[in-house]
Design a binder for this molecule. Structure first.
Ligand code: SF4
Length: 249
């Protein structure tokens, strides 16, 4: 069984409880998609720059950041399940281009205070600890999450994003006060990459709602409520074969 919950776990359970079961309870291997590998590699490059910037207050040269991206990409790509029609080299170039736009325009506007800040929280209604890492908190106490996506998220998606709600809750719980602002920095994978800075807020009612949700997901897991919920990820689900035989087991 599991010993903690994370936002990724909660999101996966809500998407498909059976997929959650195969990944986190049965721990069946699931190679990452190219989209995940691209996102993780861009993330690693940003982390390399911002971590050293806490002390130096200077951004690294772009070439150092793209080198960090390439190193991460080469590692991640070995395990990645690329679709037949995907060209890994092209996707890698997309990452280099994203950093080429992000680094000179957005990075200079951020002075980080903490990068990949871990949190581990306990709540009376949740029988597991809740763990995660806040992407970035800057010296103005702004909480920033970085994402790489094919399409720009809608305002509703940003307003309801569970990752941002969890970051806000973790900041409030660990710091004793709300963040000064909450922002999603999104790299959109258009031909010329676009960087969007999407501001949002979370109120105490959003935290309460999230905690209630966490409690219900925990109850579902403890009660072994693992059932298929067909959704948009089914075509690329690594557990299709197991799922197809679910009713016979
Ligand atoms: S194929 Fe679809 S329904 Fe089945 S486990 Fe995967 S995501 Fe869930």
């Amino acid at each position: 069984m599991i010993d903690h919950l994370s936002v990724s776990q909660v999101k996966l359970y809500l998407l498909c409880p059976l997929k959650y079961f195969y990944r986190y309870i049965k721990r069946l291997p699931a190679p990452p998609s190219s989209e995940l590998t691209l996102g993780r590699s861009v993330h690693a490059a940003l982390e390399t720059n911002f971590t050293q910037k806490i002390a130096t207050q200077q951004d690294l040269p772009l070439s150092h950041v793209t080198d960090a991206f390439s190193d991460a990409w080469e590692q991640e790509a070995k395990e990645t399940a690329f679709d037949e029609d995907e060209k890994p080299g092209q996707i890698k170039d997309e990452g280099i281009n994203i950093l080429g736009v992000y680094h000179p325009t957005v990075a200079p506007t951020i002075q980080p205070k903490a990068v990949e800040q871990p949190f581990e929280l306990t709540f009376a209604n949740v029988p597991y600890t809740f763990k995660g890492k806040i992407d970035l908190v800057d010296i103005q106490d702004r909480v920033i999450d970085h994402k790489t996506t094919k399409r720009a998220p809608s305002p509703e998606q940003v307003a309801q994003d569970l990752q941002l709600t969890a970051y806000s809750l973790a900041h409030q719980t660990t710091q004793g006060q709300p963040e000064s602002s909450l922002r999603l920095d999104v790299a959109v994978r258009t031909k010329t990459p676009k960087i969007l800075q999407l501001e949002t807020t979370r109120q105490p009612a959003d935290h309460t709602r999230f905690l209630k949700l966490l409690g219900y997901v925990a109850k579902g897991i403890q009660s072994s409520l693992f059932y298929p919920n067909p959704n948009f990820t089914c075509p690329s689900c690594p557990y299709r074969r197991h799922c197809d035989a679910w009713q016979d087991v």
